[in-house]
Design a protein around this ligand. Structure first.
Ligand code: GLC
Length: 830
């Protein structure tokens, strides 16, 4: 017999509700509350403000009242901030707000929003916004045939997101990472729209489900949210770089990582026991392959209980750690959020007794299946729980561990939805919200708690946190790896646009599992992937259980040699890499960059993403197909020097680069200065600390100029915040027949461990010269640390060495018709 269930409305065609989406209606009043302007409308309104002259915020409300709370994505410095120099102009038809950078006009009838630069050019236009009275909103924005889109954090497919549609919902995607996959582990609802020459950013600060669609609406694109507030930031350019810098001022920039975190990292799911870990470390040292970190995946734990060691596999973690430390190798263990449901387990007991776990509204603890079996999940939205979780990390710091790997923090749960029930409650410091509303914040809050906890227990040393999940602003707390890719050539290629767009989305410290996580790598794929990976900001080789081994020596001596050389190159370039990280922490600009960031007016590079720049002047062109000994490379305008051969090439064209297995094509823009240190086996290796500034394409002619500003500090502590760093400025200026080389310490509260500075001019285009004030010396004398210069006639390289004891110096390199000139002794010591 059937019951009333048979006539449930959703079983009948009548279930669909009438179209309920509505605008907020016309503007009915404007009210100023300090620097905030509240625009009232028939069915709600919007609060508008400028946190900074180039950043406009509009938070809509449908019904109810204006509420100006921000999410944690916004850097604390910007949460309360408003710009006071705003001009407000109101006419019958519109309201216009103007700062020294941009103006925004709101049409009173329709609420159409137009942002312009001060020359009156439209940089962004929201033509309409509609609300679903049950929650959710969708806004429509203009685009043009010249529109290109970047950002959006960790997304698959190419660099330019035109024609794509994405969902932001942190998702554990073991497979497949395909071009059409809409959501991965990170959610950054920040889109950069480059239109003609001008760029503008839109950041929709909503940690629930959001969607960005540049595919379905012809001349328009949409940004929508499924629940919560439509809290939009319009970020002015005009250059792409300006947008990235402003966005990272708003959502924060990375803290300087410890230098060891920039080294080579080795991981596997899992190194199964203490013996295997030590054996691995010894092999790196025996084979002289530099390495800073070994990861412990889930098998180090006692039945996957976080904050424990398995007593059988790892009977003596302290002894293991001591031995590793003596080899200069650090351990980074994995920590997942799921806490095993086990009344005998202290963390679980404490979590229950002190009410740290996520619950349903009725109070029952939410339990889900993950590695340890049934588990509870800390509610990181509550500061009290975050502090409790952070403090548990003294378990690790007491062993000398300084880095933690946060995984499964979407949170991933082994069920159909792959995550927590949407009606789980987050206490959120008294402002209770559902998981549906805060889903994308879970991973970031876990990493925040972890990073802050580590810092509390590390006595002025910088912690390192790696995370899989995150939201806008995650860069303040953690580096990011791109999750479970596969050992496919396609996934190697996919990593480039993904990591490049992460860089444009405020996340400069990221990288994929080198060699691929799932599936089986090959020697050739590992070589090509490592060649590329050593130039990525985050550099870790990681592979899954039951896959072929992929440590650098797994494919025989020829492969091993190439990997050793490229990993070694990363270590030799460490001063430059560290400098780029310092720049990222100060400006927000990424460590590796798509060419469009440096050459936004070159139409050939708008979607170029199979080559990239390290900083602004080193072009890296990985080989990402098997059996390939040539590849096409695009050199933008200017002169470029082939890194391996020294050949000079004119840019503004494509070239065909030779790329036998041991060569990944790389080009230095003429005028590049790059500081190189000695080859080290780990970042803090006590090897001779001679520093050489390599100069590419220097020319003894009027108009030539090159410069570099080197930042240095102890690479480990927070003392740099108390000015304990140094800044050494180096410049080269061309004159007719001469080059002027100057260097000076603009700040020197930190003394690097070295006694000399070396300058190495590669093929500077002359065969004979002299350096005024310095004697010509032999190679051996240079090695011994003597001041002087040497022209290696075979390679055309000029090497100059001075003592690093002086605050500054100037050298004139005389070049005369290919013959050495007399020395005028004007080497000045200031
Ligand atoms: C997840 C991670 C992976 C890790 C594995 C086991 O799949 O993404 O990196 O090795 O879990 O912990």
């Amino acid at each position: 017999m059937e019951g009333s269930e048979a006539i449930r409305p959703d079983k009948l065609g009548a279930a669909a509700a009438p179209e309920a989406w509505k605008g907020i209606g016309a503007m009915t009043g404007v009210e100023r509350r300090g620097d905030v302007v509240i625009c009232k409308a028939e069915r709600g309104g919007a609060a508008v403000l400028f946190p900074a002259p180039g950043i406009f915020r509009i938070k809509f409300f449908y019904g109810g009242e204006a509420d100006l709370t921000s999410t944690i994505a916004i850097d604390p410095a910007y949460r309360q901030k408003t710009e006071s120099e705003i001009q407000v102009e109101e006419t019958e038809k519109s309201l216009t707000l103007r700062t020294s950078v941009m103006e925004v006009e709101l049409e009173k009838g329709s609420f159409m929003l137009t942002a312009r630069d001060l020359e009156g050019r439209v940089i962004s236009r929201q033509t309409s916004i509609a609300f679903d009275p049950r929650g959710g909103a969708r806004a429509v924005y203009d685009m043009s045939p010249e529109s290109h889109f970047y950002g959006l954090g960790e997304k698959s497919s190419f660099l330019d997101k035109r024609g794509e549609r994405y969902t932001n919902w942190n998702t554990d995607v073991y497979a497949p990472h395909m071009p059409e996959i809409e959501a991965l582990y990170q959610s950054i609802p920040f889109l950069i729209h480059m239109n003609g020459g001008e760029s503008c950013g839109l950041f929709l600060d909503n940690p629930g489900l959001t969607e960005v669609d540049m595919r379905s609406h012809g001349v328009a694109y949409t940004m929508s949210c499924a629940t919560g507030a439509y809290d939009l930031y319009v970020i002015a350019g005009p250059r792409l770089k300006d947008v990235v810098m402003r966005y990272t001022a708003l959502t924060g920039r990375i803290q300087l990582p410890p230098r060891w975190a920039l080294g080579y990292h080795q991981s596997r799911y899992s190194y199964m026991d203490q013996r295997e870990v030590l054996e691995l470390a010894r092999t790196f040292r025996e084979k002289q392959i530099p390495c800073d970190v070994i990861y412990l995946d889930i098998h180090y734990m006692d039945e996957y209980r976080v904050f424990t060691f398995d007593p059988v596999r790892f009977p003596d973690p302290e002894g293991m750690m001591k031995e590793l430390r003596a080899m200069g190798i650090r351990i980074v263990p994995i920590v997942d959020p799921g806490v095993k449901n086990d009344p005998k387990y202290r963390i679980y007991r404490e979590g229950v007794q002190q009410k740290h776990f996520c619950t349903k509204l009725e109070g029952e603890i939410y339990l889900g299946e993950v590695w340890p079996g049934t588990s509870a999940f800390p509610d990181f939205t509550d500061d009290r729980t975050a502090a409790w979780w952070g403090d548990q990390h003294d378990f690790y710091t007491s062993y000398g561990i300084e880095g933690i790997w946060n995984d499964m923090n979407e949170p991933a749960i082994f069920n159909e939805s792959k995550t927590m029930d949407l009606d789980v409650i987050h206490r959120n410091n008294g402002d209770m919200k559902t998981h549906e509303e805060l889903h994308n914040l879970y991973g970031m809050l876990m990493s925040k708690a972890t990073s802050e906890g580590l810092e509390r227990h590390m006595d002025n040393r910088r912690p390192f946190v790696l995370t899989r999940a995150g939201y806008a602003g995650i860069q303040r707390y953690a580096a990011v790896w791109t999750g479970d890719n596969r050992s496919f050539w396609e996934h190697m290629a996919l990593a480039m646009p993904m990591v490049l767009n992460m860089g444009l989305s405020g996340l400069p410290f990221s990288g994929p599992d080198i060699g691929g996580f799932a599936h089986h790598t090959s020697g050739e794929l590992l070589v090509r992937w490592t060649q590329m990976g050593v130039f990525f900001p985050y550099c870790r080789n990681h592979s899954s259980i039951d896959t072929i081994r992929q440590e650098p020596w797994s494919f025989g001596p020829a492969t091993e040699k190439i990997l050793r050389d490229y990993i070694g190159l990363r270590y030799r370039w460490m001063p430059h890499l560290y400098n780029l990280f310092q720049e990222a922490s100060a400006t927000g600009l990424p460590v590796i960059r798509p060419l469009v960031l440096e050459y936004p007016d070159d139409p050939k590079v708008t979607n170029l993403c199979d080559q990239f720049l390290l900083g602004d002047s080193v072009l890296v062109a990985p080989v990402y197909r098997p059996d390939t000994d040539h590849r096409a490379v695009y050199l933008p305008e200017g002169k470029w020097i082939h890194y391996w051969t020294g050949e000079e090439l004119e840019g503004g064209r494509h070239i065909l680069a030779e790329s036998p297995l041991e060569i990944m094509p790389m080009y230095m823009k003429a005028g590049t200065i790059l500081p190189e240190g000695p080859l080290k086996q780990h970042a803090d290796d006590q090897a001779d600390d001679a520093l050489a500034f390599h100069v590419y394409g220097a020319e003894a002619r009027e108009g030539f100029a090159a410069s570099y500003s080197l930042y240095e500090d102890d690479g480990a502590s927070f003392d740099y915040r108390q000015q304990q760093f140094s800044r050494l400025n180096v410049s080269l200026t061309g004159k007719e027949g001469a080059l002027e080389l100057s260097y000076s310490y603009a700040h020197r509260e930190y003394q690097a461990d070295r006694d000399r500075l070396t300058f190495k001019l590669h093929k500077p285009g002359f065969t004979a010269c002299s350096v005024e004030g310095l004697a010509s010396v032999t190679e051996e004398q240079l090695r011994q640390g003597a001041e002087g210069w040497l022209l290696d006639e075979a390679s055309g390289e000029l090497i100059i060495q001075v003592k690093d004891g002086k605050p500054s110096g100037e050298l004139i390199i005389q070049v005369k018709d290919g013959k050495p000139s007399g020395s005028l002794n004007i080497f000045a010591v200031k």
